[in-house]
Design a binder for this molecule. Sequence first.
Ligand code: TRP
Length: 512
Amino acid sequence: MENNKRGSWGSNFGFLMAAIGSAVGLGNIWGFPYKMGKSGGFTFLLVYVALAIFVGFAIMCSEFALGRKTGSGPIAAYKQYTKRFSGIGWLALLAPALIMTFYSVLGGYCIYYIGINAAGIFGGMPGGESFGALLSNPWMGIGMTLLFMVICYFINRGGISGGIEKFNKIGMPALFVMLVIIIIRALTLANAVEGLKFMFVPGYAVEAGFIEEAPSLISVLATAGGQMFFSLSLAMGAMITYGSYLGKHENLPKNSLVIVICDSLVALMAGLAVIPAAVANGINNGIAVADIKLSGPNLLFSTLQDVFHNMGPLGGIFGFIFYILVLIAAISSAISLIEVIVTMIIDRNTGKGKGPSRSKITAVVCVLITAVACLVAADGLGSTGIAPINLLQKINPDFPMAMWNDCWLDFMDTWSEGLAMPIGAMIMALVIGWEQGPNSLYNEIKIGYKGNMHLFYVICIRFLVPVAMAFITAGQISDFFGNVTAGYIIAGVLLVVFFALTFLSGRKLKKG
Ligand code: TRP
């Protein structure tokens, strides 16, 4: 199917699986269920779905349209689309690279856990303490990261339809089936219902003592928005890149809708698979609910490994299936992040008249990512004394510990997902809405789409998205500085300044 030099998707199903694969990742499994439980259960779900439809869906359509219209990855796409603000294309290079430096480490941990659960089937099944041991063993972490990157390399080297599409066409349906198996096992554990209540019943998390106090409405909004963006793989160039390989006959809104629905569905299903099991295991073993770790790497690799450990003889089998499922989710997201960078370089080379040489480019990109990832792996979530805070305190012993400097994983995550992503998306929406005008992309969306969502699109892109992004940015900056007022002031200033800049630039374009 690689009929032109860049290649293209072999089928609509293949494209959908790849895009869903990009969206479904670690964020769905360890982020969504916990945030939902903590932030109001079913109420949070409604907020999340509303944000996904009014903000996520519009941005996703826009990214696909921008990619298809320009036929190139983010940097070249933004250069063609907007001269003055083409700098956001560079954010779309930086953010995926930073995310990959820790995503690959986590993917490596999955491989490790597949191994120890497989071995555990035959006896000697380890529990949650194994995670501490893994973290304090830098060489094991580095080795597993390397293995994960090698797998990704071979998939990306195969190209769009020959590698990425092929992997996802098998991987995504397989993931779904395995998820169902794990859900059935999880929900039949004693006390699983407590976990369900935590996830779905508004206010239960506080009532039952999972958390001390309920988060404020604003912070719920920021949490839901941030999660939605990360989970849908938005604002990092991934969907622009995948869109650039789409044919003109494809229906962008329909595809976007399917992706949004599937991603939210898998997030909910992942919740059913992990939270009830983790809570049940905690209660059955006399652990106070406040002490059960229900999110992040600790949920995945410590709490859940304990669950499999306590399941008895079949624990190894369920653990094995579960970590394969998580690995597939991690790989399918990672290859989309790598592809953003690979596509960008391929486009640059072909622009200069050089051949695409995908293998060579993929190798270089993977090696560079791995080099930095080794630092994150050796850091072991800050357990080996080489975290940013350790280095900063060598310079100034009083340097305060914060979310962005306590370990290299959080450092990379804060800069990419925490800051580059919301700010980039806010500027992107303002450029579409006020500089180039919504029709610049709506005309592309209309190709292959027979319905009419013009008014909806204009309202979303001009008003709802920028304001929502400002809130998310405010939430993130508040976390960064540990100061809520600073967050709102900085986010507000950014919104006003970039609105003014894009608005004025748009007027000039009209006159000129
Ligand atoms: N969506 C992925 C997840 O839920 C992670 C992710 C965030 C991502 N941004 C991305 C993946 C950009 C690919 C491209 O875990």
